[in-house]
Design a protein around this ligand. Structure first.
Ligand code: SF4
Length: 76
């Protein structure tokens, strides 16, 4: 299963079967990643650059993203 959350600029991709529940994402950016909420990702609660930075901190690779323009304009 893969979950996707788009904020219009990027799409956050979460692969729960890879997540090792390190807690880094929700300790450092709880306004976006909050496991006590449904859905647990609020992709509109921080700027895209902040979210991208946080995704880069995920130790397992469970979090990733793609820019929405990547799918709309392949080859660019
Ligand atoms: S940082 Fe990555 S591995 Fe850790 S809880 Fe968040 S999604 Fe899971």
């Amino acid at each position: 299963m893969t979950k996707k959350y788009s904020n219009g600029e990027i799409t956050i991709v979460w692969k729960p079967h890879i997540c090792i529940h390190s807690g880094i994402c929700f300790r450092e950016l709880p306004q976006v990643f909050n496991p006590n909420k449904v859905p647990w990702v609020n992709q509109n609660a921080a700027e895209t650059g902040v979210i991208i930075h946080q995704i880069g901190m995920c130790p397992s690779g469970a979090l990733s993203y793609f820019r929405n323009t990547d799918t709309e304009e392949p080859g660019k």
